[in-house]
Write a protein that binds this ligand. Structure first.
Ligand SMILES: Nc1nc2c(ncn2[C@@H]2O[C@H](COP(=O)(O)OP(=O)(O)OP(=O)(O)O)[C@@H](O)[C@H]2O)c(=O)[nH]1
Ligand SMILES: [Mg+2]
Length: 282
């Protein structure tokens, strides 16, 4: 888990990245996505407790707003493990698929792999993070950017392992005998596009989708489990107090009616007495 504080034009952002080392490296990869789903659920659970607890004002949001899933550049598209992972994660988190080590492929190979991945995402009904459609009255330039972004999925990225000087500037990249691969050069890979999407253009939408969709799913499920547990056991062992339901039983209703009648009788008596006193005065 790495946390960095970013500040840009006075806007502060605390970005936390959680790594999943060794994912899919085992001989038997059955349910290898489990630690990831468990981690996401744990963050939801913590948020649910805090939100329902006493200290709601200082609520810390450690929910996972986006999951970057790296697809191998050496395969012919999605592997069964990729499909399984996305299926397991798609209702819990915004999944953004990436093609790793994009420098290993030619531009044409990248284009073909991307098309294939997109087609397989459709074919297997995988629900990856959907960029919201831009308004129809938006600028042509913005519409074009939006279209380009959608067509970039899965973003092809490169991981730098060194900082080198290129055109009098120090840049992140990879140094090969035949040249330099630059991470932040948009003709080399989609890294800049991905970064802009994550922390500029779509950050709020990622957070909103997490809150309104994924967290809401979790919350609804949690409450449902608690309620069914309560009816099954007539009590609930939960840190979150459940209010008693306000449907009075038959006995209570009878009692209320009796008290009502009694009150009405007393009122009538009082009226009678007042009338008698009034007549005496006259
Ligand atoms: N060519 C190329 N190699 C890369 C790139 N990114 C990482 N590598 C190399 O691939 C190897 C594995 O990289 P890691 O980033 O450790 O891979 P990982 O999937 O995180 O591995 P675990 O954390 O062990 O699961 C290293 O030798 C990296 O230098 C890239 O963009 N292009
Ligand atoms: Mg790693």
């Amino acid at each position: 888990k790495h946390t960095v504080a970013i500040e840009e034009k006075g806007v502060k952002l605390k970005l936390t990245i959680v790594d999943v080392p060794g994912f899919g490296d085992a001989v038997n990869n059955t349910e290898c996505w489990r630690p990831v789903t468990d981690y996401i659920d744990q963050q939801f659970e913590q948020y649910f407790r805090d939100e329902s607890g006493l200290n709601r004002k200082n609520l810390q949001d450690n929910r996972i707003h986006c999951c970057l899933y790296f697809i191998s550049p050496f395969g012919q598209g999605l592997r069964p493990i990729d499909i399984e992972f996305m299926k397991a994660l798609q209702d819990k988190v915004n999944v953004v698929p990436l093609v790793a080590k994009a420098d290993c492929l030619t531009p044409l190979e990248i284009k073909k792999l991307k098309e294939r991945v997109r087609e397989e995402i459709d074919r297997y009904g995988l629900k990856i993070y959907q960029f919201p459609d831009c308004d129809s009255d938006e600028d042509e330039e913005i519409k074009q950017q939006d279209k380009e972004l959608k067509e970039s999925i899965p973003f092809a990225v490169i991981g730098g392992n060194t900082v080198v000087e290129v055109r009098c500037q120090r840049v992140r990249g990879r140094l090969y005998p035949w040249g330099i691969v630059e991470v932040e050069n948009s003709s080399h890979c989609d890294f800049v596009k991905l970064r802009n999407m994550l922390i500029r253009s779509h950050m709020h939408d990622l957070k909103d989708t997490t809150n309104d969709c994924h967290y809401e799913n979790y919350r609804a499920q949690c409450i449902q489990t608690m309620t069914s547990k309560m009816t099954a056991e007539k009590r609930v062992e939960s840190p979150i107090p459940v209010l008693p339901l306000s449907t009075p039983d038959v006995e209570t209703e009878k009692l209320i009616k009796m008290k009502d009648d009694e009150l009405r009788r007393m009122q009538q008596m009082l009226q009678k007495m007042q009338q008698q006193m009034h007549e005496q005065d006259l």
